[in-house]
Design a binder for this molecule. Structure first.
Ligand SMILES: [Fe+2]
Length: 315
C-alpha cells in the first residue's frame, strides 16, 4: 500500500537568474502572473489554482515538484515518513499547508493541501462544428483572437534518470501513482520510460501525471501544462514562433501514450515546457501495459521524437 494517493500535480518549482525574463517567457507561453515578490514569481492558468508554476531567483536549477493531497489527513500520514518535514504552513502567496520530502534524485517533492483558489479566468470561446456535432456553432462565426496560448492547469512532469524501473518505485510508494504504460527497448526488462497516473478509484484521471525516463542525465526533462483546445495550441505555437526568441523542441503532433496533441518549447535557460490538449483518461480499473519503444514513443501524427528531446534534462 502506498503512503498516500495524491489527487493531481500542483506546480513545478524552478530557479532562474532573472524573474523578468522568466515572467516574459511564461506570459508568452500562456500563463498569467498570480503574484511576484522580490525573489519569487508565481504564475497561474485559467483554472482556479493560485499558481501552477513557481520561479525562485537564483542560478538556473530545477528545485522540485508539488502534488495535491486528497485531504488534510494525508499530510499527517506523509509527515511520518522518515526524512519528511512536519506539516508546515506554506509561507508564500497562495498559502496552504504542505509536507516536504526529498526524492531519490535529491529534488524537493511537496504535497500540498488548502492552497488558495482564485476565480477562474475567461477563455477564448472555441466551439467546433465537426464530426457528429456539426451544429454546435450553428449561426455563429469562428473568429479567434491571436496571442499566447491559454494554459489551463499543471498536468505532468518528467524526470530523467538512470534505472527508471527502480527509480519510479519510490514515487509510487509515496504518492500512490499507478502504472499506465511502461516502455522497453530491446529486452522487456529494459524499461526506458514509465508513465504513471494518479489512483483516484473510479474517477477518471489523465493518462499520466508523472514519468521517469531513462537517459544520459539526471534532472528535469519537462514540465507539462494543459491548454484549452487544438486552436489554442496552434495559436500559442504561432505566437512563440513570431516572437522568435525561444527554442522550439518538438511538435505539433499527437502522442501515442496519452494521445495528447502536444507542442514543446524551451524557456531562456533550456527548461522544456509542454502545451497539450485532449488526453486519454483512465481510472483505477485500467491495467498497466508494456510496450516497445518504437510503438510507445512514436507519434500518431507529427514528426518523430527528436534525439535532443529524449536526451534532454536540466539539473
Ligand atoms: Fe509530456
Amino acid at each position: 500500500m502506498p503512503v498516500i494517493k495524491v489527487a493531481d500535480i500542483a506546480y513545478g518549482r524552478l530557479q532562474s537568474p532573472s524573474l523578468d525574463e522568466a515572467e516574459e517567457f511564461l506570459t508568452n507561453f500562456g500563463m498569467v502572473r498570480s503574484d511576484r515578490t522580490a525573489d519569487a514569481l508565481y504564475m497561474r492558468g485559467t483554472d482556479p489554482a493560485h499558481h501552477l508554476h513557481v520561479t525562485h531567483l537564483g542560478p538556473s536549477k530545477f528545485v522540485g515538484l508539488a502534488f495535491l493531497a486528497e485531504n488534510e489527513e494525508d499530510l499527517k500520514k506523509l509527515s511520518k515518513v522518515p526524512g519528511a518535514s512536519g506539516v508546515e504552513n506554506i509561507d508564500e502567496p497562495g498559502g496552504g499547508k504542505r509536507v516536504r520530502l526529498t526524492d531519490p534524485h535529491g529534488y524537493q517533492m511537496e504535497v500540498t493541501w488548502g492552497m488558495q483558489q482564485l476565480p477562474a479566468l475567461p477563455t477564448r470561446r472555441n466551439v467546433l462544428n465537426w464530426g457528429d456535432a456539426k451544429l454546435r456553432r450553428a449561426g455563429e462565426l469562428m473568429r479567434l483572437v491571436r496571442g499566447p496560448s491559454q494554459v489551463k492547469r499543471a498536468a505532468h512532469a518528467v524526470i530523467m534518470t538512470q534505472n527508471a524501473a527502480e527509480r519510479i518505485k519510490w514515487y509510487r510508494e509515496m504518492f500512490g501513482f499507478v502504472c499506465s504504460d511502461d516502455v522497453y527497448e530491446g529486452s522487456k526488462d529494459n524499461i526506458i520510460a514509465s508513465f504513471n497516473r494518479c489512483d483516484r478509484g473510479d474517477t477518471y484521471v489523465d493518462h499520466h501525471v508523472f514519468l521517469c525516463i531513462e537517459g544520459p542525465r539526471v534532472g528535469l526533462n519537462h514540465l507539462s501544462f494543459e491548454a484549452q483546445s487544438i486552436d489554442d495550441i496552434m495559436l500559442g505555437h504561432e505566437h512563440l514562433k513570431r516572437i522568435g526568441k525561444y527554442k522550439h523542441v518538438w511538435g505539433i503532433g499527437r502522442h501515442v501514450l496519452g494521445s495528447q496533441i502536444y507542442d514543446y518549447w524551451q524557456d531562456p535557460w533550456g527548461r522544456v515546457h509542454e502545451h497539450w490538449t485532449d488526453t486519454d483518461v483512465l481510472n483505477a480499473r485500467a491495467k498497466p501495459n508494456l510496450l516497445p519503444a518504437e510503438e510507445g514513443l512514436s507519434s500518431q501524427w507529427g514528426e518523430r521524437v527528436p534525439e535532443a528531446f529524449i536526451t534532454h534534462a536540466v539539473p
